[in-house]
Structure formats: C-alpha cells, structure tokens
Design a protein around this ligand. Structure first.
Ligand SMILES: [Zn+2]
Length: 321
C-alpha cells in the first residue's frame, strides 16, 4: 500500500474525534475466547519459511496451498478465485484470491481480509543497494493472514451469530517503485480490485469488512484511517470500542491517521461493502513502521504482543455479533 495524506484528514475528523468512547453505552461483556499470540506467530513463521511469496514464484504457490489447507483443517469452506491480471510492468500473473468461509450457509456475513503476497522490491530499504531485493513480508502480508488463521481456528469455539469470510487477497503489493508506475495508484491492490468487481459468489454481500495490514509490528499504533472513516465510521467506532474492551486501547488510539491506498478502497468503492483498514500509523517516519518495504521485514521483527492486541480485538468484535 502507499500514500499517506496526513494533513488532509485532520480537519475532516475533528468533529467526530471526541465521540468514540463507551462511557454512554452499556458495559460490554468481555469475550472469553482467548486469542493465542504464540499460535499466530507460528502462522507468520510458517508462511515466511516458504521464502518471499513473490507473484509467480514457487514459494507463492506453495504458501497459497498451505493457507488454503490450514483453513480447511479448521473446518472452513475454501473457494479459490484465479484470474490472469496484467501488472504495471507488462507482466501477467495468475491472481489467486483465497476465500475461507465460516458457516457459508448464513446470509448475514462479515469479512476479515488481508493480502498474502510479498513485495518483490525492498525499495524503502535504508540501504539503496538492497532496493531490488525481495521483501520477506513477515509483517506486510503474513501477519494479517496469521491473525485470520488464528481466528478461524477459534471460530467454532467463539460461535459468533454471523458468517465470516476470510479473504486472502493476492497481488496487493506489486505496485511500482516510486516514479516507475502510472502514478495513480492503479498498480496496487490488484487482487482486491478484481474481487470487488467480480466476487467469488454471485450476488455476494457482507455487512462490513475489516482489512488487516501490517498487524505484527513492534509498538504499532492503529489510528483512524481516512477512507475507513469516510465509508465505515460506524464500524471504526465499534472496532475501537472492542479494542478498549479487549484491553488493547494502547494499540488503538482514538486519533486520526492518514489516507491509505489499500485493499479496502476497492471494497468500499467498487463492492460497496463498508470496510475498515487496520494499519499502523507511527508517529515517526516511515509512518508504516521501520521495516516497511525493507529487507528488515522479517519474523525477528514481529512482536507477538501486537498480534495479540489485534486478534483479541477482532474476537471481541465478533463476539458482539
Ligand atoms: Zn506493502
């Protein structure tokens, strides 16, 4: 993902920024199902053990098989959506979106999603000689899928009164390095753009979606993202309330972040499913965190405490359905 327009959103959200507390609502039951950070961390490592999941690579193929197999082992129904998509550099890849459905028979549904591909270029690495090396993408990819897998593992125990579609989007992070692409953002988010125009099921709908992107970084802070507030402010409010109930308020400050081109934009604008992006906004540059699009985005830099905060928050939200 790309683009932070920090200044633009500050004025827009001032009016609603102070109205996000639970003080005037009844106390919420705390979810009794416990997210396991150790388990989620193991799912991060398992994906990285294949190597960078670069589009078209063997590691990508094998990791996709692993992700689908894990969801199936947890009893979910897996649908794979494939399509040849042309990238900004003229190459064509077989896009592979993996959709794992919990209680597929239910019509009332929500989406939890993340991208599972790795970026081929570490073009934000502080060492310019490494800009053409691939990104391991432990955080920028694997972390979101890992949190989804752990929630899928716990879904039957949680037994929420809603169907859940876990969507692993392909080809999110193939956007051109600065100055090389079309410059309008259309080179990013290929898998989610395709799915948003052609969902995996005819007449598909979901009440809302939550996108997870880079949810395992040390000291991550998830702030209100611009498009999430524009299209899904009520879900933002519920999710940040759930974080407070789950004891994760420190990770979810009620402050404004930036506007970010990410998989939730086509979901909101093409599929018209209100979708929130849970994505870090650090107080220092780079705003996505120190390992973003670098060779340092490795398993060693993943903090299980961040996975825990995000995972327990999602369980809390789902338990209230
Ligand atoms: Zn990325």
């Amino acid at each position: 993902m790309r683009h932070l327009l920090l200044a633009a959103c500050l004025a827009l959200f001032t009016a609603c920024g102070s109205n996000k507390t639970t003080s005037d609502t009844p106390a919420t039951d705390t979810c009794r199902v416990a997210f396991s950070a150790d388990s989620a961390f193991a799912y991060v490592k398992a994906q990285c053990d294949f190597g960078p999941r670069l589009p078209g690579s063997t590691a990508h193929q094998r990791c996709g098989d692993y992700i689908a197999q894990q969801f199936k082992a947890f009893g979910l129904t897996v649908t794979e959506q494939t399509a040849p998509l042309a990238a900004w550099d003229g190459k064509t890849f077989t896009c592979r979106n993996i959709i794992a459905s919990y209680r597929p028979e239910m019509t009332d549904r929500v989406i939890i999603c993340a991208h599972w591909d790795s970026r081929p270029w570490a073009d934000a690495d502080p060492d310019a000689t490494k800009h053409d090396l691939p990104v391991m993408a432990a955080n920028d990819g694997a972390s979101g899928v890992a949190v989804m897998l752990e929630i899928a593992r716990l879904a039957a125990t949680l037994n929420p009164a809603v169907g859940i579609d876990f969507i692993c989007f392909d080809l999110e992070d193939y956007g051109a390095p600065e100055g090389k692409g079309p410059g309008d953002g259309s080179d990013w988010c290929m898998g989610s753009t395709y799915w948003s125009g052609t969902p995996h099921k005819a007449d598909y709908n979901a009440r809302y979606g939550v996108l997870l992107d880079m949810v395992g970084g040390r000291d991550a802070r998830f702030k209100y993202e611009g498009y999430s507030m524009k299209y899904a402010s009520d879900i933002v409010a519920r999710l940040w309330d759930a974080a407070r109930t789950a004891g994760a308020a420190d990770y979810f400050p009620t402050t404004d972040g930036g506007w970010i081109t990410d998989d939730h934009v086509p979901m909101n604008e093409i599929a018209r499913i209100p979708t929130v992006d849970v994505i870090p906004c650090y107080d220092s540059e780079p705003a996505f965190g120190p390992t973003w699009h670098t060779t340092h985005d490795t398993v060693e830099a993943i903090d299980p405490a961040t996975l825990q905060a995000v995972g327990q928050t999602l369980l809390q939200l789902l338990s209230q359905e």
